[in-house]
Design a protein around this ligand. Structure first.
Ligand code: GAL
Length: 240
């Protein structure tokens, strides 16, 4: 771990390109977001690095020279979102060559340059709806995502996060185990994967905290520059 981080820091000092994996689950209608998302990432996302897109879908792949498609069936709401950790982990061998991994919601769009400022061991994005607040943590102790009243001071979005490959795989393993423990007791955390991500960020605080510029709701007006938009969508329709 130490040596890998040292090599990654040296690479960044030398301005060398790292291998970056951008992971997106886009089953059902969500596939419509993939071409514009990848096209926007081509223009804006870590341009000085070697980016590979890993797309998990049950739909016809849309060709892109740097995209690798894997089949993923629809699991139904809320498992399509909550089991993304499981999906990524199942395919972890695909990521062997990657130095950093980032997970992104399909319905997002890059609108400005995103560079080395996002590279770090554990990278989390502040949720635009709860800046400076504890946000919508899971407050029921029966869930493994539970956060007590004395814990936590900030709320992270589930739409964009990442880190080094090792750290990312640790997130996956940890949260899969908690989601599965919850499931064995018939429990689903209030905001699904995002709830578990917030619990994780208390246990393993992010080394890079990104502002809501990196999860900027398309039709909001908040005092941040727009870098990565969270697009409007008709939730009910998308889940049909
Ligand atoms: C909403 C967002 C959800 C979830 C929720 C948390 O604004 O659409 O995905 O993050 O906040 O309270």
């Amino acid at each position: 771990m130490f040596w890998r981080l040292l090599v990654l820091s040296l690479l960044s000092v030398l301005g060398e390109a790292a291998n970056i994996g951008l992971l997106v689950v886009a089953t059902g209608r969500y596939i419509q977001f993939v071409p514009p998302l990848l096209e926007s990432a081509d223009r804006c996302f870590l341009k000085n690095h070697k980016v590979t897109y890993f797309v998990f879908t049950d739909q016809e792949p849309v060709f892109h020279p740097h995209a690798i498609y894997s089949f993923q069936e629809r699991l139904g709401w809320p498992f399509d979102t909550m089991h993304r950790y499981h999906v990524y982990y199942k395919h972890r061998e695909l990521f062997d060559e990657q130095d950093y991994l980032f997970a992104i919601d399909a319905d997002m769009l890059f609108v400005d340059a995103v560079g080395d400022e996002i590279l770090g061991e554990r990278v989390a994005t502040l949720h635009p709806g709860f800046v400076g607040q504890r946000g919508s943590y899971e407050t029921h102790p029966y869930s493994c995502a539970y956060i007590g009243p004395e814990e936590g001071s900030r709320y992270f979005a589930g739409g964009f996060y990442g880190g080094t490959r090792e750290a990312f795989l640790h997130v996956l393993k940890t949260n899969i185990s908690k989601i599965d423990q919850d499931a064995s007791r018939g429990v689903i955390a209030v905001w699904h994967d995002e709830s578990h991500w917030n619990r994780y960020c208390i246990d393993y605080p992010p080394t890079v905290v990104l502002s809501p510029s990196y999860c900027y709701p398309e039709d909001w007006s908040i005092p941040y520059s727009k870098k990565l938009l969270a697009l409007n969508k008709d939730h009910a329709k998308m889940r049909e």
